[in-house]
Ligand binder design. Sequence first.
Ligand code: NAD
Length: 483
Amino acid sequence: MSTTHDTWQINVAGEWRNGRGEAYASTYPATGEEVGRLHAASVEDTNEAIERAHQAFSTSDWASRLPHQRAEVLYRVAQMIRDGAEELAQLQRLDNGKPINETRALVASAASTFQFFGAACETLEETITPSRGDYVTMSVHEPMGVVAAITPWNSPIASDAQKLAPALAAGNAVILKPAEVTPLLSLELARICEAAGVPKGMLSVLPGKGSVIGDAITKHPLVKRVSFTGGTNTGKHIARIAADKMMPVSMELGGKSATMVLEDADLDHAIAGVLYGIFSSSGESCIAGSRLFVARRIYEEFVDRLVDGAQRLRVGDPASEDTQMGPLITAKHRESIERYVAMGVDEGGRIRTGGVRPSGAQFDKGWFYTPTIIEGLNNQARIAQEEIFGPVLVAMPFDDEASLIEQANDSVYALAAGVWSRDFKRAWKLGRAVQAGTVWVNTYKQFSIATPFGGWRDSGLGREKGREGIFQYMEQKSMYWGT
Ligand code: NAD
């Protein structure tokens, strides 16, 4: 594996070379130091990668291998990720500044994702409808050809794996466009896939600007599907282009998830869960529980304890095993969060804790911010409605379940929600009433690769993960057999 400060190359259909786009550096958000230099892909590189991927899809035996043969390659990728786990976790930390304990978990999840989709591929079953008089029907699935994966900067290895593994398992050639600011892990993953036996040309990694490279990928006639994870506005832009091509897309978009704490909740458990739900990953998480609704009877006590917990969180060096919250991704992103906090105050909000950059020499060079809790606003406030994508929690009391459900569902987003209650019946009722792709009860940010993930409304289209995840990268064909 390359070490930090190295020059990195992009991957154009299996060829490692300098991109023909501008030179730039990936920097460590904790210190601003360069961790890798590279030349971005250009539009010419992109078109070449897609055309060569199309060629590779037609000439290589990848799509026609027996499923267990493709599965073997995916299992090897999983094993190689496990073998290099610590190095990958350190690289991910340098590339996007998450604490090492979080990046280790992400790397482990990426390995499991390749393992899971290897198994999904191996056990893929076609449906045969038994004889209906003088014919039988079969529903079979075919790979699509060249498919694209466009991913954000917040959990690169996990987002990449969730797209690459099913897309390759399905037999496609894949063009991966990582976020411009976090390209290193994606390039390393391509190296692993190559070493594990993914045939040349079946995978390209093209770092570069979304508005240039992402657009060129989306518009290219040979790209048959885009699987996108990122902001809702970008997703809508891609979906408009896709509509003209009649190209299927899947969209994992933004969120403004509601966490609901009922008066009968186990408070210690709920406080830990709420803190983790919003402040892990510095709140740079699509599923961050950024709106908190607490039963009025326990509101004051709960928020006091939450504030105390937030103040105890260890913010700092992502390399330290003890760190619970690292820096934000860039200076620009921190400024956007600061604007949102100022907006919340202008709207009448009270900052209960945080709302500033932490002080101390160790924070001088990086993009750190303090865990922030704001109250005194209602659900109509802009900071309760817009995705901040940072460590900012808006806390609000609720009076009854009807108004709780109404407020929780009053958002353009519907990605995730959390319910904290000891009463199974109430939790069940609330969990069914809340509109969200994922609902956690007495836990938060729990994941299983076997369980589909995705959002409703402006939070997305389609589902990733789960056995069905592989089918979004395949076309379905119904065959009729006469007798
Ligand atoms: P973003 O939309 O700015 O960028 C995401 C990716 O899209 C990047 O690779 C970017 O270069 C590319 N892109 C940008 N403009 C493009 C265009 N015109 N055409 C094609 N591609 C383009 O998002 P971001 O700031 O990198 O990530 C944060 C967002 O991602 C948040 O809204 C967050 O909620 C969302 N997200 C969602 C999930 C989920 O699973 N639902 C997971 C992680 C992040």
